[in-house]
Every structure is written in structure tokens, then in C-alpha cells.
Design a protein around this ligand. Sequence first.
Ligand code: C2E
Ligand code: MG
Ligand code: MG
Length: 429
Amino acid sequence: MSDPAIPSFRYSLLLREINNLRHTDGIDSVALVLIRIAGLRAVNANFGYLGGDHVLEEMVRRITGLARRQDRVFPVHGATLALLIANPLNESHAVLAAERVIREVQMPVTIETSRARVNAHMGVSLLPGLATSTDELLRQCEKSLRAARRRDETCIVFGPELDKPETDAASQAIFDVDGALRQDQFELHYQPKLALASGQLLGAEALIRWRCPDNGLRPPAEFLPAIEQTRGIRSVLRFCLNAALRTACEWRERASGLSVAVNLSPANLTDPDLVDVVADALEIWGLPPDQLVLEVTETALMDDPKANGRTLRALRKLGLRLAIDDFGTGYSSLAYLRTIPAQELKIDRSFIATLEKSHRDRNIVASVIQLGHAVNMQVVAEGIETLEVLQTLVAMYCDIGQGYYFSKPLPADEFSDRWVDQFGRRARA
Ligand code: C2E
Ligand code: MG
Ligand code: MG
């Protein structure tokens, strides 16, 4: 391994470097590309820290090879490098340079007799053009880089939308999905689904929780939005499918015919591997496919109805069941509802909660139940909290119910003890 003795720069030195370059004769403008190398953790784990250093040094060498005479390349800190482009012709010039950088970064690096691969995210800005000062240039690049990492995009050029205050979800730190999986911090809790007419247990919905080392059990709203911006959402789905199918197989030893429902995130629907991932999980666990339900929200479905329709049909061919979740909160077209191959329509709990108080909601729920039945779907009411609401839904011929009135979502063991065993005993009696 060579040692090119690359100097380590800090941001103050980067600022000085930008200012020096700008005061060089004939250089009126600069573009800054901040490059954050991704995947170094795996390199360090496989090849030790010297391996990680070697990869970083190799990246600086490769990017320097692309740079023109007056451009500068240097490490900023950790896995972040900077490419400073002198007199870029326009924004596209910087983007083109970034595209060449990514090609170089993605080529394998030889470490001893093995090959390692890394990737990169990049943030770009220009002075003048986008920024009016050196400080601002750096701040804009950092914002663009953070957005690129969060959305898992290769390169983002600064735009005014990145200056807007960040939403709750977007401001969450990047969630270390791999770390949480390695440390077994995700778990599924199960909430029973019952046939409303007979009270019979039909199965459960699996709902993810994160056991935060500092802060106890966290609900999905606190961590899923951050993960959904990244590829980590694929790993979350794999985890959910495996854990839910394993649990449903355990139920089969105590009671027969119970189904398990797993939620898909909108990003899972556009994952080209989705159908294979689900098919593999079903094959590995050997659960009859019609005992798996996949829940997709109405809003996610309407993102790209045609493409999503194709995905749903491919999933349906595996023999599993599909549910439209949170129905009533999005804008679906009735024509579309007729064509999608879903078997369950889950009315959002916001309508169920106010059923007793609002005539309007009562009418809406009654209409949705009729609508679901008209297109041959079973209708599920989420969020049943009182006996009165339950009785109203039974009178409306709602098929299935879920809610705190029956049970909150429970850890797998507790769900088995409290629900599966009792149901199994009743079914045998
Ligand atoms: P959802 O799929 O509509 O799940 C129902 C949510 O309503 C759950 O919240 C559940 O705990 C809650 N709930 C059930 N009955 C009642 C009730 O009677 N009263 C009230 N107030 N709430 C009730 P949770 O577990 O916080 O999940 C929220 C959302 O997060 C889920 O909505 C689903 O969209 C998403 N989610 C949960 N687990 C997963 C997962 O494993 N993968 C994905 N992609 N999304 C998940
Ligand atoms: Mg759901
Ligand atoms: Mg729901």
C-alpha cells in the first residue's frame, strides 16, 4: 500500500484554499463539489482501517487525475473530499465533472489480493451564480450533500428549496439501518384482526418498533420517514417479511389458518426486486401464500397507478392477499379501485374514531363498506376503541376489525399467549 502523504485539510483550510484560488489571476468563478465516500465502514470492517485509508487515498488520486491544471482536490475530513473547479463554464460543467467523479469512485479498488467497492454522494454549488460568498458556497454545498445522502441520490446541485426549513422527517439524522439490524434493535408487534360478525381471530398486522438503546421502544413515525428516504427501506422490508413469516409459522403449530399482514412503504413499491424478495421469503418460510397480506396505502398506490398496478398483479400471482391501507385519506379514483387486485379495504381510523359523534363520518363509513363489497373486497375498520363503535360497525356489516378495544399491538410472545393459544383452544373445543 502506498503512502502519498496527503495533507489533511479542515474547513477553515478549505475556505482559505477557495479564497486563494479566487485571487489567482484570471479566475473569476469557482464550483465546489463536496464528495462523501459511502461504504467505507464495510471496507474498514473487511480490510481494517489501513484498507479504508488506502481507498480514500486512491479516490483522491483518481479524482486528481480528472481535474484540470488549476482545479484542486483534497480531503476535508473523514470520508469527505473536495473538488474545486476553477472557472466552470456553467452549472452543467460542474455536474459533468461530478458524473466523471462518480464513475471513478465506483470502479473497484484493489486491496492486497481482493477488490473493494465504494460509492459516493455529492453536493455542488457555484460562486458566483448560486452563492455570493465563500462561506455561503460551503454552506450550500453541505446542504446539497446532506440532501443527496438523505435521498440516496448521487449528486444534488444547490437550489433555493434546500434553504427551506427542514420537515420533521427530513431533519431526522440519517438512520443507521444496518447498525440497528446488526444489533437486533427492530422488532415487530402484532395487533389482532377479528371477524366482526363472529369474533373469530383471523390473524394480525405486524407493526415495526425500534428499540432505541437510549430511549426505549420507539413507534414507526419517529424513524421510518428518515429510512424511507434511503435504500435502507429495502432492508427494513426484508426484516419485516422474515420476522412476520417466521412468527406466522410458529402460530401454525398452535392454531391453523391465521394470516399475517406486513406494511409496504411507498418506496418498496418502486423497488424492482420487490416481487423476488417477497417470493423468496414465502419460499424460505413455507407459509401458504394466502396467509400473507401486504398492506399498501392508498396514497402510495396513486403515485403511479399504472406501474403500481403491474407490481400488485405480479405480487398477487404469488398467491398472497393485498390490502389498501388508510383508505379515505388519499385521493383515489373509483375507476382505479375497480381494477386493482386487492382483497381488503382498510378504512382509515380517523373516520372510525368519530363514528359515534359525526353523522357525516357514519355515512362515509357506511358508503365505503358498501363500495368495498361492490368490488368484492372485505372491509376492515382500523382503530376500533369502544364497544359502541364496534356495535355500529357490526350493524353496518363491516367484515373485519382492529383496534385498542380488542388489543394494542403486542410483542410476538404476548400475542401468541393471549390470542393464538386461546383461539386454538376454542377452535379445537
Ligand atoms: P397502519 O398500517 O395504518 O397501522 C395502524 C396504526 O394504528 C398502528 O400504529 C397501530 O398501532 C395504530 N392503532 C391500531 N389500533 C388503534 C386504535 O384503536 N387507536 C389508535 N389511536 N391507534 C390504533 P403504528 O404501529 O404507530 O404504525 C403507524 C404506521 O406506520 C402504520 O399505519 C404503517 O403505515 C406504518 N408502519 C408500521 N409498521 C410498519 C412496517 O413494518 N413497515 C412499514 N413500511 N410501515 C409500517
Ligand atoms: Mg397497515
Ligand atoms: Mg392504516
